[in-house]
Design a protein. Structure first.
Lengths: 543, 330
């Protein structure tokens, strides 16, 4: 690292970061890369807020009677943790940050199809976030992030309307981003970049965008109806007003189950890129992996009823939803097998992004397999509503999605910032996160099977040991998340300057400078090879 | 330290009590899925570790051969998970299906959930709060409703759980196989003291249960649900119109409950708990053929427990006449 320079070189080429200065150049930018950074800062802010709520929860649960706060406060903590993490961190995480940055670069385009719409979607996100923060400060909300009626619509006297408005507004940000990606991927691919030459990250973004544009309107309608009933007592969900108490759950999960795939599909795309690069291999069964993304996106819309096995819905509906839920497991399993096979006869190196990607496979495999307990009717009856559910979805949405997001940030950081981070620290953080995550959430599988219900502010003493273990693990996990925050910020000023393609990766984004110029490419590239052409023969052909 | 010591002494519990007839069968399935999970995790992780070591990069300019993929392998690893999930699906669904309806002849107990307590009423009239006494070795069906928000009746030791909904009846059943006291949890978040909406299920020997039923209430002998319902039938004015000989403004309710009812719109419905409840609260929704929609709604005038009492009374009326047509046919 003796070549590292700590100051910008004299005559640093113009790039998107130094093209212009001042707050106006950021807040009115139409550059997809700058908007990606606006999103990165905003979602990091919300991740810290959501994480703090979790810290308080885990401290509180160290003692059976509750160590920290009143039950009402605990209920607000887990609600805000869920709302902030899901709607303001996980859903926008990879699409709005990495997707915004990479979709045009990977397509060989100069920007997204609708740059103004892109900036608008960030502003919408911020306004939605401010509503939610207002609700948190003005007394909080205690319905759980699922807002089940009639508790939320009739009985809760917390800030339900403000949060519903916040979620409603933010939904439009998601819809606009998805729309922008779909149009960009359809219309703006560089010459020669056919559908089956696209990197798998683009396929994942495409599948995710479809879910965003089709699913989010249903969520918007649902929370709108909820606010309507909460404010004006229009009888939609509350039986006392003539409504149907389960209607809300059907509408809510029609979006919120596919939303899980909004969180996990992008991570799958990121992991495909990383594994191909660090094994120097084409992804095994490229087309199968493409289609499995689309299959997950489509099937994901047909499984919402598996959240409602114990609501008294018809036995036959239960059977069908169970069957469809098992079906959605198959494309997920296929992906894991294909990633594993990609390593076969590869040339594998273990830089930090690869460690995150391998960590993702481990945690996602565990999360996916434990999903079988919940797709299965007879076992779900026992496990539904317990800590088993909490553990399962954290394995997918935190173990999977956050690992994928961090892997992606580490992989493309040299491209985004033009700097390198210390690899040793990054590897250490990946290991700490992996260990801390398992220590936090594995005990919760056992807690759930033993029967401890979720969302309990205090609990019978027999569950204490496992809760203490979980809280101890959360401490490790918290440290693991802090480390990258520190060295990544450090690297922006002090990190060694990154070359255009530090990993020797394929893909159009690596063929331009690091960081890229505002217009991405001085000349629109022409694609003449398949994705992931890492082999010697393909290398030779190009020369 | 003390915590750690007690943990080591007692050993970590990895299985909840098995105290109902269905608990072992659910656990067998749980165990099977656990084995599948462990096997596939171990398989995938060992393959990954093996590849990670075997194919580690040995020189910086190493370029491996491209491998396109393999259709036979893709088919193989699509087929294997499909077969496994099919086995789990069939096993699990048949177990669920078998247990979805309470067996005929189950004794029935009525449960009402409200923020934040469980109220139970036995047909003999015995009432209790946050406790549920049941006899060992008898099939017990719970008919449940909520006075406010959605709750969920969960007894981990029995492996049973069902949401308790406002404005609707849900039911579950179990047969206890072990004497003792077991946790009863609310498993659907229901507001500030959700965590306090817990109680115990107390499994007793059948004769002790009979004693408990008979002697529980200090002072007066408990009034059975059907007697209370009959009294309510008079007090609330139901009897004014629903004359037993069928000459009243409303249909006679003899032989109604548990049988088919012909409606004015030509449809036929089964007169079950849900239908009777609806007819009390929203009488104009389904009109019995030949009658006018003149009955007032009792929405807000009867508590959930009073409606359950009325149901118990109407059930006995249903049995009275229900037998006669059959005997006539003989």
């Amino acid at each position: 690292m003796s070549t590292a320079t700590q100051q910008p070189r004299v005559g640093t080429p113009r790039n998107y970061l130094n093209a212009d200065y001042g707050w106006r150049s950021w807040l009115f930018t139409l550059d997809h890369k700058r908007i990606a950074l606006l999103y990165m800062v905003s979602i990091t802010f919300f991740f810290i807020i959501g994480g703090l709520f979790a810290v308080f929860m885990r401290i509180h649960l160290v003692e059976p009677q509750g160590a920290l706060v009143q039950p009402e406060t605990y209920n607000k903590l887990f609600t805000l943790h869920g709302v902030v993490m899901i709607f303001f961190f996980l859903i926008p995480s990879i699409p709005a940050v990495l997707g915004n940055f990479l979709v045009p670069l990977m397509c060989g385009a100069r920007d997204l199809a609708f740059p103004r719409l892109n900036l608008l979607s960030w502003y919408i996100y911020v306004v939605g976030g401010l509503f939610t923060l207002y609700a948190a400060i003005a007394g909080g909300v205690d319905t759980g992030w699922t807002f089940y009626t009639p508790y939320s619509s009739t009985y809760s006297n917390t800030q339900v309307t403000a949060v519903a408005v916040g979620v409603f507004i933010t939904g439009f940000s998601s819809i606009l981003t998805g729309l922008n990606f779909i149009v960009t991927i359809h219309k703006m691919r560089a010459p020669g970049l056919t559908w089956f030459r696209m990197p798998l990250f683009l396929w994942a973004m495409y599948a995710t965008s479809i879910i965003m544009t089709l699913g989010t309107p249903v969520l918007a309608i649902t929370v709108f109806l909820l606010a309507l009933e909460h404010l004006f007592h229009v009888g939609i969900f509350s039986p006392a007003l003539g409504g149907d108490p389960l209607l809300f759950q059907h509408l809510f999960w029609f979006y919120s189950h596919p939303a899980v795939y909004i969180m996990i599909l992008p991570s799958m795309g990121v992991v495909s890129e990383i594994i191909a690069c660090f094994a120097r291999k084409r992804i095994f069964g490229y087309k199968v992996v493409c289609f499995s993304s689309v299959a997950i996106a489509v099937l994901g819309f047909l499984v919402w009823g598996h959240h409602m096995f114990v609501t008294g819905q018809s036995v036959y509906a239960g059977l069908i939803f169970s069957l469809l839920s098992f079906l959605v497991a198959i494309p997920s399993a296929i992906k894991v097998f294909n990633w594993t096979s990609t390593l076969y006869k590869g040339s594998i190196s273990y830089e930090a992004p690869m460690l995150y990607a391998l960590g993702f496979i481990g945690l996602f495999t565990m999360g996916g397999l434990t999903g079988m307990f919940l797709a299965s009717l007879a076992t779900d009856v026992h496990l539904n509503g317990t800590y088993f559910i909490v553990a399962h979805f954290h394995y997918i949405m935190v173990g999977g999605a956050v690992m994928g997001y961090l892997g992606g940030i580490h992989f493309w950081w040299p491209k985004i910032s033009g700097r390198k981070y210390p690899n040793g620290w990054a590897a250490l953080a990946a290991a700490i996160i992996f260990i801390g995550f398992n220590l936090t959430f594995f005990p919760q599988f056992i807690l759930g099977y033993l029967g401890m219900p979720r969302r309990y502010a205090f609990y019978p003493a027999e569950f204490q040991v496992l809760n203490v273990m979980s809280s101890a693990g959360a401490t490790v996990l918290g440290v693991g998340y802090l480390i990258p925050l520190i060295y990544l910020i450090w690297s922006m000023r002090y990190g060694p300057i990154a070359e255009p393609n530090p990993w020797g990766a394929k893909g159009l984004e690596w063929q331009t400078a690091s960081p890229p110029p505002t217009e991405n490419f001085s000349e629109i590239p022409v694609v003449t090879e398949e994705a992931y052409a890492y082999s010697a023969e393909e290398e030779a052909q190009r020369v | 330290m003390r915590l750690l010591a007690s943990m080591l002494l007692q050993g970590l519990p990895f299985q909840p009590d098995q105290a109902s007839t269905i608990a072992p069968s659910v656990d067998h399935l749980y165990f099977f899925i656990t084995v599948v999970t462990l096997f596939f995790s171990a398989l995938i992780f060992s393959i990954i570790f093996y590849f990670m070591i075997k194919y580690r990069r040995r020189s910086p300019d190493e370029r491996p051969q491209a491998i396109e993929g393999s259709l036979p392998l893709e088919i193989l690893w699509t087929a294997i998970p499909t077969v496994i999930v099919a086995v789990i699906f069939v096993w699990s669904s048949s177990l669920y299906f078998r247990n979805s309806e309470a067996p005929l002849g189950s004794m029935e107990i009525f449960v009402t959930g409200k923020q934040w307590m469980w109220k139970a009423e036995h047909p003999e009239g015995q009432r209790e709060i946050n406790e549920l006494h049941v006899p060992l070795g008898r099939q017990v069906k719970l008919t449940m409703t909520s006075e406010d928000v959605i709750h969920d009746f969960f007894v981990p030791a029995f492996r049973v759980k069902k949401d308790v909904l406002p404005g609707r009846y849900t039911s579950l059943w179990f047969e206890a196989t072990k004497l003792g006291t077991f946790h009863l949890f609310c498993a659907q978040y229901c507001g500030a003291f959700h965590a306090g909406m817990i109680g115990s299920v107390i499994v007793m020997q059948p004769d002790e249960y009979e004693d408990w039923l008979a002697g529980g209430v200090p002072g007066a002998q408990a009034e059975s649900m059907e007697v209370a319902g009959g009294r309510l039938f008079e007090q609330a004015g139901c009897a004014t119109c629903h004359l037993q000989d069928g000459t009243g403004q409303g249909p006679s309710l003899l032989g109604m409950y548990g049988h088919l009812v012909h409606l004015s719109n030509g449809q036929t419905v089964a007169a079950d708990d849900a239908y009777v409840r609806e007819s009390i609260l929203n009488p104009t929704t389904k009109i019995v053929n030949g009658y006018k929609p003149v009955m007032p709604s009792f929405q807000g005038q009867l508590s959930e427990e009073q409606i359950l009492d009325l149901l118990a009374y109407l059930q006995t009326l249903g049995k009275v006449q229900g037998k006669q047509p059959e005997e006539g046919k003989k």
